[in-house]
Design a binder for this molecule. Structure first.
Ligand code: KIV
Ligand code: ZN
Length: 385
């Protein structure tokens, strides 16, 4: 079983234009719970009074999923994060510190020894407050892997129950990521019963591929967001990752607790709340993801859906696929549309209507139901004349 850690309300909210108010976050969190995510990262409690309030309120509202708050390796951050999540049925503290040479030198101005000290001190402190502790090595994919293993061993010894290997800047490629995961699994003392989490950013468009590759290498938790929102180019898109695992169950042989029929509801709710539109060709939830325009495809799908569809639209909560009439459409699709609109036509009538339809589709990108009705009205008038 792969645990799904949803960070729509924390990393996702860091996406420009995606900030949400308290009520919106509560609505979204309730939908995430219906979706069946294992962990909801509710926010970064110490980052603002508003974030504290929303983590606190979400902790009270959510009953089934674990609720997490992010915190730096700073005593006050951990205190504030715990004060906010302590009401949750299942609280988690998510502590992070950077481990790459670039971050240690320019951002933290700390040596490797100082980083190890800090991890030990603050993971132990967090553990004194909360049982469920996740430790993230920020910029892990640009860190020295041997050092990474030392950091994780210290975090585990201090009480971490999940270790996270983030691709913070979306830099890694799938094979390299799998290699890091394997080396961490083999080289970290005490890792046997610990969840290995991955958190991928999409700067090179590889977040989902990297997460899947990490699962093959032994990751047991994936961090993701609805519609893939998040810092810069976003995070692993929950719906893409989950549907890849479900559709290719034969290959990955891993399940999640996600109720996939709730995917469209989650995607639409987020788009409505943030006002950020989903691109039409976005996998799974884009307007065109289950639309068929070309005649050959339409003919195939109308006869047998699986000819051109690898997923059942119902499995993500869509009523049905859509046959979009345009210049590539054929007679089967037109006949099907006419029947759907209540018209029964003979094959001679269909031939004539098809000529009219083709003339119109050369002039318009999409032929809508109203256009078909207009053609029919004109044809019927001609017959009467
Ligand atoms: O991208 C990142 O490294 C993060 C961590 C805080 C997990 O968001
Ligand atoms: Zn991130």
């Amino acid at each position: 079983m792969i645990k799904i850690f949803d960070t729509t309300l924390r990393d996702g909210e860091q996406s420009p234009g995606c900030s949400m108010n308290l009520n919106e976050k509560i609505q979204m969190a309730r939908q995430l719970e219906r979706l069946g995510v294992d962990i909801i990262e509710a926010g970064f409690a110490s980052s603002s009074p508003g974030d504290f309030k929303s983590v606190e309120e979400l902790s009270k509202a959510i009953k089934n999923s674990t609720v997490a708050s992010l915190a730096r390796c700073v005593k006050n951050d951990i205190d504030v994060a715990y004060d906010a999540v302590k009401f949750a049925a299942k609280p988690r503290l998510h502590i992070f510190l950077a481990t790459s040479e670039i971050h240690m030198k320019y951002k933290l101005q700390m040596s490797e020894e100082e980083v190890l000290e800090k991890v030990k001190k603050y993971v132990s402190y967090a553990k004194s407050k909360c049982d469920d502790i996740e430790f993230s090595a920020e910029d892990a994919t640009r860190s020295d892997v041997e050092f990474l293993c030392k950091v994780f061993a210290v975090a585990i010894e201090a009480g971490a129950t999940t270790i996270n290997i983030p691709d913070t800047v979306g830099y890694i490629t799938p094979n390299e990521y799998a290699d890091i995961i394997k080396r961490v699994k083999e080289g970290t003392k005490g890792i046997e019963n610990i969840d290995i989490s991955v958190h991928c950013h999409n700067d090179l468009g590889l977040a989902v591929a990297n997460s899947l590759s990490a699962i093959e290498a032994g990751a047991t938790q994936v961090e993701c967001t609805v519609n893939g929102i998040g810092e810069r180019a976003g995070n692993t898109a929950l719906e893409e990752l989950v549907m890849a695992l479900k559709t290719r169950r034969d290959y990955y042989k891993k399940d999640t607790n996600i109720v996939t029929e709730e995917i469209m509801n989650a995607s639409n709710l987020l788009a409505q709340i943030t006002g950020v539109k989903i691109s039409p060709n976005k996998p799974i939830v884009g307007k065109n993801a289950f639309a068929h325009e070309s005649g050959i495809h339409q003919h195939g799908v109308l006869k047998e859906r699986t000819t051109y569809e690898i997923m059942d639209p119902k499995s993500i909560g869509l009523n049905k696929n859509s046959i979009v009439l345009g210049k590539h459409s054929g007679k089967h699709a037109l006949k099907d549309k006419l029947n759907e609109l209540g018209y029964e036509v003979t094959s001679d009538e269909l031939e004539k209507l098809f000529i009219k339809f083709k003339e119109l589709s050369d002039l318009k990108k999409t032929v809508f139901d109203e256009d078909i009705r207009a053609i029919m009205v004109r044809e019927l008038q001609n017959v009467e004349d």
